[in-house]
Design a protein around this ligand. Structure first.
Ligand code: 6PG
Length: 259
């Protein structure tokens, strides 16, 4: 990314400290959204890193401080597996966050990536998002209060994988995306939906991510190879919360003091 458009990168000691900061930001953005319009709409990230964030949110002070009954939960991407499959992003969130907090089912908007017709299911999810946001005007983009994202060691985010068709989608909000490298398909938010969010928060931890994080943040623009690099909120906040291991190859000038 060019230095002028470089996102904010805040480094923390370890994964626990990084997820604690993510929990603090989750609570703050939630409070502001609920105060402003009575609801907080968040898209959860998949993978394993968010586990620690979810568990932190179910502990003091967040468990009691957050207005859980005013939150609508969505997913930014999902694997094409049943909701009880060990690889399901929904299952991970249900086990680590939604069930422990007793979130009402009508507040949980599972991404139906286990459907036989993935494209129809993606369009159905778009309709569910539109309905939840109460959108009338056709094509009006939903503005999530917070979209949580992870990053793979290949620079992918959500299920926007290198050299896959979803990278070029500029109209749809949610699409099925064939991922040859995984020999499978995924369902994923697209850049237009992600970039319309008020806050986009990457959580990137672990030494395995260091080279990709350096390339995404400091390297030349190459979003086909590094899809995380193309996340660019139109007028929202973009922050990478990273641990020391993931940040070890970054130029110190890139790093912001921990907020
Ligand atoms: C998924 C994701 C994906 C994930 C990254 C990081 O479904 O796998 O949404 O984008 O966030 O691969 O995953 P880890 O947190 O497990 O490293």
């Amino acid at each position: 990314m060019s230095s002028k458009s470089r996102p904010r990168v805040a480094r923390f000691e370890d994964t626990a400290a990084t997820c604690n900061e993510a929990a603090r930001r989750f609570a703050s953005i939630c409070d502001e959204a609920v105060e402003r319009c009575g609801v907080f709409r968040v898209a959860l990230a998949g993978g394993s890193t968010p586990r620690l964030l979810h568990e932190r949110l179910t502990q003091p002070p967040y468990r009691a401080a957050i207005a859980w009954e005013h939150i609508d939960f969505f997913w930014g991407d999902e694997r094409c597996v049943p909701p009880d499959h060990r690889d399901s992003n929904y299952r991970m969130a249900r086990e680590t966050l939604l069930a422990p907090l007793g979130i009402a089912s009508e507040r949980i908007h599972r991404m139906p990536a286990d459907a036989h017709d993935l494209d129809a299911a993606a369009r159905e999810y778009e309709r569910e998002i539109s309905e939840s946001f109460g959108l009338e005007a056709p094509g009006q983009l939903p503005r999530f209060d917070l979209i949580l994202l992870g990053m793979g060691d290949d620079g992918h985010t959500a299920s926007l994988f290198p050299r896959t068709p979803a990278l070029d989608e500029r109209e749809r909000w949610v699409v099925a995306n064939p991922v040859p490298d995984l020999d499978s398909a995924r369902m994923t938010f697209t850049y237009p939906l992600i970039d319309n969010a008020a806050h986009v928060l990457f959580l990137v931890c672990g030494a395995a991510k260091a080279a990709a994080l350096r390339d995404v943040i400091e390297g030349p623009s190459d979003s086909t190879r590094l899809p995380s690099q193309a996340v660019a909120p139109v007028d929202g906040e973009l922050v990478f919360l990273v641990d020391g291991d993931a940040a070890r190859l970054l130029d110190p000038a890139t790093l912001q003091p921990a907020p």
